[in-house]
Design a protein around this ligand. Structure first.
Ligand code: MN3
Length: 379
């Protein structure tokens, strides 16, 4: 299979696993981008020989250029550099796996240029979902979800007409604090919250998983990707992370997608669609698991999930508001500046802010600032 791939966020968890997939299948890596991880990016450039590379943080530009000066690679920087790579006509499939809201503009740039997207950056759809899906439809650009749940839903819907979709059952691992009460969560440290039972991921998403904000963001993503109403999505806690999500059709037939909890499967499918080839991962043995368990989410303890559901039912800029507040709160928690419970409490409180207006890039960025200022005024 011949493929050209551009990876934005190549030194992160998704990016490095995507490179494993590229290596396993001999895909050509056209361009790579990272934020600050100079050494890791240099190693990737030496191993994969991309034509272009972006070190997004301008403070790292000069020293990164020095690192790769013996190589025939063009070095870019800044958000402009990310957007330029996303919009490059030779980019091939653009895998957007950058972390946080900064991923929105490269997504829009890729769509504008007509490049196919493999989307791992949640914030793109959480904040700019309306905008992104509208522009993708207008430009005829396909967006392949990389998140395991959304890849599962996408796979479940293949071959079915969308009008028959009744409901999405979005599975959640429940995170490391499943079954705990608010009281239990009072003394949670960053080190403790960073240990996830099933998935090996970056720090931000691991904390989001511990607060269940991650699942809230995924509901918002699913609303946009699959054009459903929020009330058509049911979050089901499934501790083993073997069923990656399911869909229910009008006849109440339920179709699910299963596999070992390894992101390489959804990453590879986004890159090889519609083909399926052997994936560099383990195979699922159901008898090794023996049983699979399912629970309702605890919205009183995991209030981030509740806030995210409220935000998407209001729509507009409210998802941006909760997402941006959460982004900053997680950063503050990881630095030891706030407690674990303060993340959820302030994500809920930010919904008291007035934030109306159409979903434009300008308003999204303004809502982000509003949320950040709100958080900083409260801590
Ligand atoms: Mn997920």
């Amino acid at each position: 299979m011949e493929k050209n791939v551009t990876i934005l966020g190549s030194t992160g968890s998704i990016g490095t696993q995507a490179l494993d997939v590229c290596r396993a299948h001999g895909f050509h890596v056209y361009a790579l981008a990272a934020n600050t991880s100079e050494q890791k990016l240099e190693e990737q450039v030496r191993a994969f020989h991309p034509s272009r590379v972006c070190i997004a943080d301008p403070a790292h530009y000069q020293s990164f250029c020095t690192r790769v000066r013996d190589l025939n690679v063009e070095v870019l920087t800044g958000i402009e550099g990310l957007c330029e790579l996303a919009a490059d006509k030779q980019a091939g499939i653009v895998l957007n796996s950058v972390m946080g809201m900064v991923g929105l503009r490269p997504t829009l740039a890729a769509i504008e240029a007509g490049n196919t997207l493999a989307l791992a950056n949640k914030e793109t759809l959480v904040t700019g979902g309306e905008l992104v899906m509208k522009q993708a439809t207008e430009k005829g650009v396909r967006i392949f979800p990389v998140d395991s749940e959304h890849s599962a839903i996408f796979q479940c819907l293949e071959g079915y007409r969308h009008c028959h979709l009744n409901k999405i059952l979005l599975t959640a691992s429940g995170g490391p604090f499943f079954g705990m009460t608010r009281k239990d969560l009072e003394e949670i440290t960053p080190a403790r919250a960073l240990k996830h039972p099933n998935w090996n991921m970056g720090a931000k998403i691991t904390i989001d998983s511990a607060t269940m904000m991650n699942k809230g963001l995924e509901v918002i993503e699913a609303v946009h990707l699959f054009d459903v109403r929020p009330e058509q999505i049911e979050v089901v806690v499934h501790r083993e992370s073997v069923i990656h999500s399911l869909v229910e059709f009008d006849d109440y037939s339920v179709i699910g997608q299963l596999g070992v909890p390894d992101m390489k499967i959804p990453i590879q499918y986004a890159l090889t669609y519609p083909e399926r080839t052997a994936c560099p991962t383990g195979r699922l043995s159901l008898t090794d698991y023996g049983k699979l368990t399912f629970y309702k989410p605890d919205l009183e303890t995991f209030v981030c999930l509740k806030a995210a559901l409220e935000a998407i039912s209001r729509g507009g800029l409210y998802p941006t508001l909760v997402n941006s507040a959460n982004e900053l709160l997680v950063e503050l928690f990881l630095k030891g500046k706030i407690s674990f419970l303060q993340i959820g409490d302030l994500v809920c409180k930010v919904l008291g802010e007035q934030c109306d207006g159409p979903v434009t890039l300008e308003n999204i960025l303004a809502a982000e600032q509003q949320a950040r200022q709100f958080v900083l005024s409260k801590i």
